[in-house]
Write a protein that binds this ligand. Structure first.
Ligand code: NAP
Length: 440
């Protein structure tokens, strides 16, 4: 059998599960190059998963196992679309799989969104997770109120990170620049804004339960917002557990709230209308809603929440790549079960949008390899004989591209571990130049 070459663009969970599936299928007969625009691997495991959820990050051990096999290679610091085009990659590899996730914030589409102090979650989470693109965000946390829009797990992450004490960050790898600002925070109230009701939250029970165990913050739910208890029976079990948490938050006695300096306030049936302020956010105008047939419908009643920070956690969209069909409405690559064009595929959030857990990417990665096998068997991907990584290396040399290898990454990892403050696993480099310096 001829040797086959696959290029995977993106080294997050979707990328590495795809590489793992390719290895499982072809064994010795496959070469996989996993590209990333950053000099470091693992995508959202590194810069998306909350810094105080280290056990979740341990899954990168599995990706490392794949990365260290002879037939899989990490090619960091290369941007597809500018350093090398998709067409060039397709010339070199039998199949190209886009696993670039959904790195851009979805817009709210309301006035005031561009005011200072209004951030999307990709930016805000990237800031406290040392993403080089967002390290200079410097949010102002000196106001008393922050509004976090959305009722998903990302909104929960943001509310929790805004609430924690220095001690509660022990063992986390939160960026030092973010910890400095968080520890000077004057926040007293964090409003979680949900356009629908308690039965429509996207928060999972384990993550929601954490809110009740915070040192200096307590969650507040207005019992009047909760549906009849009997109605919970129709919910799927995970959501039922989450709603149980909301019910227990509603029962927290006033003296407990009074003991904690920060309140995390669930504001249900509240849809953002516009963000107010002069140069900088000063408040958010919200419309009361009712849920009709599952949808939020405005009642016409509006009110304003004065605040100095807004973080919008309403989802993401993929970044398009020149020459690749893109579905603007859905914010992801136009695809049919992962097939974009002949020999060009997508996987993970780039295929299905920003939903599901890290684990959802595993069947996704395996499924896309099945499609590639089907297409190869049908003779759609040629007979092999492409140049693969040797061809890429030739091209990279000609263009003086500064590739970061997996071995280089291990040096960066070592330097990050060495720079860690006491009790922390690492202090991540937040700029690309520092990463590259650690390699040299
Ligand atoms: P999500 O779960 O889809 O939640 C998005 C929230 O934003 C929903 O409550 C949605 O309300 C709301 N929303 C959307 N558009 C809105 C608008 N225009 N105005 C007001 N609200 C709006 O997304 P996510 O929180 O970004 O999470 C993405 C994925 O990552 C999820 O699958 C999540 O579970 C996963 N994740 C998991 C963890 C973890 O397991 N620890 C941590 C972080 C993220 P509607 O429902 O009304 O649309």
């Amino acid at each position: 059998m001829a040797l086959r070459h696959i290029a995977v663009i993106g080294s997050g969970p979707a990328g590495y599960y795809t590489a793992e599936a390719a290895l499982k299928h072809w064994g010795e007969d496959i070469r996989v190059d996993v590209f990333d625009r950053l000099p470091v691997p693992y995508g959202l495991i590194r810069t998306g998963v909350a810094p105080d959820h280290q056990t979740i990050k341990a899954v990168s051990g599995r990706y490392e196992k794949t990365a260290l096999t002879e037939n899989v290679r990490f090619v960091g610091n290369i941007t597809i679309g500018s350093d090398i085009s998709i067409e060039e990659l397709q010339e070199l590899y039998d199949a190209v799989v886009i696993a670039t996730g959904a790195p851009h914030d979805r817009k709210l589409g309301i006035g005031g969104e561009d005011l200072r102090g209004v951030y999307g979650s990709a930016a805000f989470v990237g800031w406290y997770n040392s993403h080089p693109q967002f390290r200079n965000l410097d949010p102002d946390l000196l106001g008393e109120t922050a509004v976090v829009i959305g009722m998903g797990n990302v909104a929960l992450d943001v509310a929790r990170i805004l609430s924690k004490t220095d001690e509660e960050f022990q063992g986390s790898d939160i960026a030092a620049h973010a910890l400095d600002i968080l520890m000077q925070s004057k926040l007293k109230r964090i409003v979680l804004l949900g356009r629908r009701g308690p039965h429509q939250i996207m928060m999972t029970p384990k993550e929601l339960g954490e809110l009740a165990r915070l040192e200096r913050a307590s969650p507040r739910v207005d019992a009047a917002d909760l549906p009849e208890e009997g109605d919970d029976a129709m919910l799927e079990p995970g959501l039922r557990k989450s709603v149980n948490h909301l019910r227990s938050f509603a029962a927290i006695p006033e003296h407990i709230h009074a003991d904690k300096p920060i309140e995390v306030d669930f504001d249900f049936f509240a849809s953002p209308v516009s963000i107010l302020g002069n140069g900088k956010v000063e408040g958010i105008e919200v419309e009361r809603t009712e849920v009709k047939a599952g949808r939020a419908v405005g009642t016409g009643e509006t009110y304003t929440i004065p605040c100095g920070l807004v973080v919008s956690c309403i989802g993401y969209h993929s970044a398009n790549i020149p020459g690749v069909p893109f579905d603007e409405r859905l914010g992801r690559f136009a695809n049919d079960e992962g097939r974009i064009l002949n020999g060009l595929y997508c996987v993970g959030w780039a295929r299905r949008g920003p939903t599901g857990t890290i684990g959802t990417n595993k069947p996704d990665g395996f499924a896309i390899i099945e499609k590639i096998v089907e297409d190869m068997d049908a003779g759609l991907l040629g007979r092999g004989g492409k140049k693969g990584r040797a061809g890429f290396d030739e091209l990279a040399q000609g263009r003086c591209l500064d590739i970061v290898t997996f071995r280089d990454w291990k040096k960066i990892e070592e330097a990050e571990a060495a720079a860690a403050r006491d009790g922390s696993p690492r202090e991540k480099f937040a700029d690309i130049e520092a990463m590259i310096r650690a390699v040299k």
